[in-house]
Design a protein around this ligand. Structure first.
Ligand SMILES: [Zn+2]
Length: 492
């Protein structure tokens, strides 16, 4: 069996994946800061690492997947002020919308989902220990990490001091802070003093709140341990967020924070990163109003996670058409356990997507076991073993779908379709067939059209047709009212 190879940002190379502790994989992905609706850029990140954890489990690893919620942050505080709410209300509301979005997109919940506010005491402890070790200093109610005290600073992003100083501008609250409070502009806040009336916790340095980077260092330490296997996030987190996490954790523990660092690329619009600040984003709910969850997932996974995706409605529409091929092929599948068609709704679906196949059982669950499915499995697994190359793996799904369409032998065709379903679900595709599901807006347009056709029939004195239409609409639960030459309708 091939081993999995992963691109490690820390070494800049693709390396064989060997966990620290036998079969166990400890994995952490930086989760959302909950202050607004999630957009496709966020969804890409969560879907990418959802597939990574699914594939690691498929490969036989005992995975502990942790994705945090950042529920205290300047962005949340500012948003709360703008909305006239408390930061706690804003964080709670957007935590729920995030969960809802993830559920819609069939992103499996992580094993643990720590919230920053549940770890404040431990963050204060972490900061105290860094001060004791000479890696941090207090300054007028703030505490800063002393970057000069950590010789390996910059090793993740391979940054020069000049880059660091440019990046550092984002890390200070204002230019006065830069001059007055810090020893070096590159130093970053572990603890920020609160202004009067702001969200704050008591600390040895007065009322304040933790810095964002400290949150992840503390939560990973207490949920996964001082060293773990995979730390993942969007590529914009390499610097400063992950660089600073490394500085804090490794300065305190004297050992590597994570063995592998995985970073996914952006979703772009006209070659610009999709982001809140650019205002060029589509929220997940906006996209779900037009496209099925599987279409969005297929669109996101058709590009390797380290390459940028150029977003457009046309590109999503092309993914929808492509998904149609997979759905048509999957319709031939038969559930080997009960001989019936694959369930695509409700609890049964949930069970099936949860109990995915494994590398070890994939062959035994294959109902055909011929050269076609053997080659398919090998090519799919080879692609995924190669740094989770979903783009190539999906091209194999399409190739298998083509075999389904041309196969004359009914048993083989069912078998190919069944294998297709098993592997598509490994990528988190639900294969819920939404092609015949019509939303209320479309229904309204159709009823309006029928009413118009009935008006035409009446104008032509074709009362037989007009009465037939009225009767059929009544049977379908729609009543018509003719008043003063106008026809209106309502649900019966
Ligand atoms: Zn983080």
């Amino acid at each position: 069996m091939h081993s999995i190879n992963v691109h490690n940002t820390l070494t800049g190379k693709k390396e064989p994946f060997v966990p620290l502790n036998g079969n166990k994989v400890m994995m952490y992905a930086c989760g959302p800061t909950v202050y607004d609706m999630s957009h496709l850029g966020h969804a890409r990140m969560t879907m990418v690492y959802d597939v990574v954890q699914r594939y690691l489990r498929f490969s036989g690893y005992d995975v502990t997947y942790v994705r945090n919620i950042t529920d205290v942050d300047d962005k949340i505080i500012n948003r709360a002020k703008a909305l006239g709410k408390t930061p706690e209300q804003v964080a709670r509301e957007y935590t729920y919308t995030f969960w809802h979005d993830m559920h819609c997109l069939n992103v499996q919940p992580p094993d643990y989902e720590p919230k920053a506010t549940e770890f404040i005491e431990l963050m204060i402890q972490f900061t105290k220990e860094l001060i004791e070790k000479g890696h941090a200093y207090e300054s007028a109610g703030d505490v800063y990490f002393d970057v000069a005290s950590f010789k390996e600073y910059g090793k993740l992003g391979k940054k020069s001091l000049e880059d660091l100083l440019v990046g550092a501008r984002d890390q200070v609250r204002s230019q006065e802070d830069l001059a007055d409070k810090k020893k070096s502009p590159a130093d970053f806040a572990l603890w920020k003093s609160a202004k009067e009336g702001e969200l704050a916790w008591s600390s040895p340095w007065g009322q304040g709140r933790p810095g964002w980077h400290l949150e992840c260092s503390t939560m990973t330490k207490h949920v996964l341990g001082e060293t773990f296997d995979i730390h993942a996030g969007g590529e914009d987190l390499v610097f400063p967020h992950h660089e600073n996490e490394i500085a804090q954790s490794e300065a305190l523990h004297g050992k590597p924070m994570s063995k592998y660092w995985l970073h996914n690329s952006f979703v772009q619009v006209n070659s610009e990163k999709m982001s809140k600040s650019e205002g060029n984003f589509s929220t997940i709910q906006e996209l779900l109003a037009k496209f099925s969850p599987d279409t969005i997932r297929l669109f996101a996974l058709q590009t390797h996670y380290r390459n940028p995706i150029e977003f457009s409605i046309e590109a999503l529409t092309a993914s929808r058409t492509a998904l149609g091929r997979i759905l048509r092929a999957a319709a031939f599948a038969v559930n080997s356990q009960n001989g019936k068609s694959f369930e695509t709704t409700g609890q049964a679906l949930l069970e099936q997507t949860k109990n995915q196949i494994s590398k070890a059982t994939a062959e035994s669950l294959d109902p055909v076991k011929d050269e076609t499915t053997k080659q398919f499995r090998a090519a799919f697994i080879e692609a995924m073993d190669n740094d989770f190359n979903t783009a190539v793996a999906i091209s194999q799904l399409f190739a298998l779908a083509d075999k389904v369409f041309v196969e004359k032998d009914e048993a083989k065709r069912q078998g190919y379709a069944t294998v297709l379903v098993q592997f598509a679900r490994l990528l988190g595709l639900t294969l819920v067939d939404t092609r015949k599901q019509i939303d209320s807006h479309t229904v309204e347009q159709i009823v309006n059209l029928v009413v118009e056709l009935r008006q035409n029939a009446r104008s032509n004195k074709d009362y037989a047709t007009s009465d037939l239409i009225r009767q059929r609409l009544t049977d379908a639960g729609v009543s018509l009212m003719d008043t003063a030459g106008q026809t209106t309708w309502e649900k019966a």
